[in-house]
Design a protein around this ligand. Structure first.
Ligand code: ATP
Length: 536
């Protein structure tokens, strides 16, 4: 599947629109249309249901070290500025970027790569903003152009090593930018803070500056004590939250994959330090299986453990659940969810102040006068286990997912084309979204075969009976083949058709989106039959 086909379908059928499109759009912002909003809600509801409301704290789930509890939270988007200072986002949450003076394009420093090449007595670094085989091809093409070579002279280029990151290059004057024709057009890397800043209060001074949250996680850490004090949860337990997060991404791109406003679905799971490696493995595997259970079953989904050098300074284990999105080069994967072992970093930071690593210890970072660089709340965020009479700071496992990236992956995986008879019985290309029934925006469509002979009346009765139970769609316009195709294209698993036989024996046709099989059931059985099939 080409990404363009999916993007076109999303717009044509009302899944996704560019934000403020009539004004030319706003980069990095997206609107979910009438079908998109249902799809994304289904993704979020599946997550909340599977992680929170259906969790049975009385039983040990398969693979878990013990039984545990789960509760939810819904925190404000704007929080006290000290939250971001202690969490490290204020100081650390920045990316470096380089600008091209010639093409006026901006790139993330750590995402540009390239190759050194020698030719005609010159040695230059040919940069590309795509990696892999495509990057190799692009740099070859660019070097040929730069040195004015014809195809037959390609071996005049002497390549000096493989594709490497621009971060390894010191001599920017020898760099040929990804979209430039001349050398040395890239600026030195500059820092760019990813947090959106705004003002809370009438005075509008720097002391009133606040930030839109770049992640939902911190709300759960700063409410850890409130949750312990107001409920009867005991460790181990998890807090779940979903909601909007904002990052002023330098290069928003790849449809909704990298947006500036997006939605996260995060869990902070608190456990005894000694059991935390087992819980880390449990959550890593459980979260991976969640995607599989909702249809991301192909080799495009993978679970990747981070190498030691990739780990944050406080983490003793992180894994990414990744998907090979069609807009990435062959062999590349994009992150859907990160599952991190965060130790006691977060609770200690919000208690003592911003921490830094010193040797193998985490200590409060201090300024020139020896005072904490960013003061913590001073509140005791330790946990007292009244059974073992132990007091400790819990360790945290954090499965952090993106609702928009998950929705996009489900759409990419669902996109299918095959051949099926059209309304005139001739074989024709058919586009269908093979969405898991739990995620499908519409569960069933109800059609009268023709708009006469009392068929619409019966179809409307069926529609009326189904409507309170599940999202259904009624359509009586045009050829029935066209109506089937319109439903296939938006992923409706079943279509129910009232035809002339219905008038005789009360049965209707049910058609399956994926197999195109049809069978008959009595019209009064539609609700029970669909429920059973949707649950399967
Ligand atoms: P990336 O490296 O792709 O920027 P990240 O490692 O910074 O992602 P996290 O901070 O771990 O991302 O955020 C957790 C999840 O939130 C990600 O796995 C992703 O699903 C989602 N997410 C993060 N940034 C964005 C974004 N700009 N647009 C859409 N979803 C995002």
């Amino acid at each position: 599947m080409e990404m363009d086909q999916l993007v076109a379908l999303c717009k044509r059928r009302g899944f996704l629109f560019q934000s403020s499109e009539i004004y030319g759009g706003l980069q990095g912002f997206w609107d979910y249309g009438p079908l998109g909003v249902e799809l994304k809600r289904n993704v979020r509801e599946a997550w909340w249901h599977d992680m929170v409301t259906s969790h049975n704290e009385l039983e040990v789930p398969p693979g878990a070290p013990s039984a545990f509890e789960m509760v939810g939270l819904d925190c404000s988007i704007i929080m006290h500025s000290q939250v971001w200072k202690c969490s490290g986002h204020y100081d650390l949450f920045h990316d470096y970027m380089v600008d091209c003076r010639e093409s006026k394009r901006r790139y993330r420093f750590d995402q540009v790569c390239g190759r050194w090449v020698r030719c005609k007595g010159q040695r230059i670094f040919v940069a590309s903003d795509v990696a892999g085989d495509e990057g190799l091809e692009l740099t070859q093409h660019k070097a040929m152009k730069f040195f004015n070579l014809r195809g037959k002279d390609a071996d005049e280029l002497v390549w000096d090593g493989p594709l490497v990151l621009l971060t390894t290059v010191k001599e920017f004057q020898h760099v040929l930018g990804p979209d430039a024709k001349t050398l040395g057009t890239l600026t030195a890397p500059r820092e760019f803070n990813l947090m959106f800043k705004t003002i809370a209060g009438a005075l509008g001074g720097e002391e009133d500056a606040v930030f839109l949250r770049p992640e939902t996680a911190q709300g759960m850490f700063v409410n850890f004590k409130n949750v312990c004090d107001s409920t009867r949860v005991r460790i181990p337990f998890g807090i779940a939250q979903m909601g909007k997060s904002f990052r002023n991404e330098i290069t928003p791109r790849n449809f909704t994959f990298r947006s500036r406003e997006f939605e996260q679905m995060e869990i902070e799971f608190f456990c005894r330090p000694s059991t935390s490696p087992e819980w880390y493995r449990y959550w890593r595997d459980r979260r991976y299986q969640w995607y599989v259970s909702l249809g991301l079953a192909s080799e495009r989904l993978r679970l990747r453990d981070h190498e030691q050098e990739e780990l944050s300074h406080y983490s003793c284990g992180t894994a990414d659940i990744e998907y090979a999105f069609p807009f990435l080069s062959q062999g590349e994967f994009g992150e859907l969810e990160g599952v991190a072992h965060r130790g006691d970093f977060d609770l200690r930071s919000h208690s003592e102040g911003k921490l830094v690593r010193q040797g193998d210890q985490l200590v409060v970072e201090t300024d020139a006068e020896g005072r904490p660089r960013h003061r913590g709340s001073g509140k005791d965020l330790s946990y007292f286990d009244d059974q073992t009479k132990e007091r400790y700071i819990p360790h945290v496992i954090e499965p952090s997912a993106g609702a928009d990236r998950a929705t996009l992956a489900f759409l990419c995986e669902a996109y299918n084309e095959d051949e099926a008879p059209d309304e005139n019985g001739k074989p024709a290309k058919r586009v269908f979204l093979k969405l898991h029934p739990r995620l499908a925006p519409i569960k069933a469509a109800v059609f009268p075969l023709v708009k006469k002979d009392g068929m619409p009346e019966i179809a409307r009765e069926i529609y009326k009976a189904l409507k309170p139970l599940m999202p259904v769609f009624y359509d009586e316009k045009g050829a029935v083949g066209r109506r089937y195709r319109r439903q296939d294209e938006v992923g409706t698993p079943f279509c129910i058709t009232v035809d002339s036989q219905t008038l005789e024996d009360g049965t209707v046709t049910v058609r399956d989106r994926d197999t195109l099989q049809q069978w008959r059931i009595h019209k009064d059985e539609c609700a029970a039959d669909l429920r059973q099939r949707l649950m399967a």
